[in-house]
Write a protein that binds this ligand. Structure first.
Ligand SMILES: C[S@@+](CC[C@H](N)C(=O)[O-])C[C@H]1O[C@@H](n2cnc3c(N)ncnc32)[C@H](O)[C@@H]1O
Length: 202
């Protein structure tokens, strides 16, 4: 049986190998990230976390949305991804935290919103980890689960076939979110983006 630390080592090895070329692989994604961030409906002064921020591609639009009085955090498990984020100057838009989203160094209800791009498929315990993310978001706060490619296009790119038990299939994701402290409010899965929005339940 794989242990939690095996899972982390695997994630870290996978993304360490890809960190240096990450942004060059996806040079045109800026506008779709900005559009997804807009889905959070952030306001000036809000506190937001980019969970699994990687090289921090979402940090500039998140900062633009909350302004200088807001709080922007980027959390990731892979040091090499955070180094690339800092190299790209994205630590000017948000504070970078080397941490597992399974145990966030934040107080309950500390945040208004969480953005998570390309994260959920890598979590060893999606329900437990989404519950931990819910812990640090105030009731009524928002979660965006995003991917710049839809499920079918991503599966094709990875040489996989989509099956009904896919974690991000609408009924599965709705049920997963609801048992993790969230209520799914919208779901879009098209070739050019996947975006599920949820509100933190009371
Ligand atoms: C597909 S990448 C996406 C990076 C970035 N969000 C983006 O859209 O470019 C997934 C990221 O999630 C991070 N990650 C995976 N599991 C994590 C965990 N349990 N806690 C924190 N970060 C994690 C990986 O290190 C990696 O940087």
């Amino acid at each position: 049986m794989r242990s939690m630390s095996d899972d982390h080592t695997h994630v870290q090895e996978f993304f360490t190998a890809r960190a240096a070329g990450w942004d060059r692989r996806f040079p045109d994604d800026g506008p779709v990230y900005a559009a997804a961030v807009a889905g959070l409906g952030l306001r000036e002064g809000d506190r937001v976390l980019d969970a699994g921020c990687g090289t921090g591609r979402a940090l500039p639009p998140l900062r633009a949305a909350v302004g200088p009085s807001g709080v922007v955090l980027g959390a990731d498990l892979t040091p090499a991804m955070l180094r690339e984020a800092a190299r790209a100057g994205r630590d000017r838009d948000g504070a970078l935290l080397l941490t597992d989203v399974a145990a966030l160094p934040l107080r309950p209800s500390a945040l208004d919103a969480v953005f998570a791009a390309g994260l959920i498929a890598h979590l060893p315990d999606p329900a437990g980890n989404l519950r931990e993310i819910a812990r640090v978001v105030r009731p009524g706060g928002v979660l965006a689960l995003f991917h710049p490619v839809g499920r079918a296009a991503l599966a094709a790119r990875q040489g996989r076939t989509l099956t009904p038990d896919d974690l991000r299939a609408e009924p599965n994701l709705r049920a997963l979110l609801s048992r993790s402290g969230w209520r799914m409010t919208s779901y879009v899965d098209e070739d050019t983006r996947f975006l599920a929005l949820a509100v933190r339940a009371d």
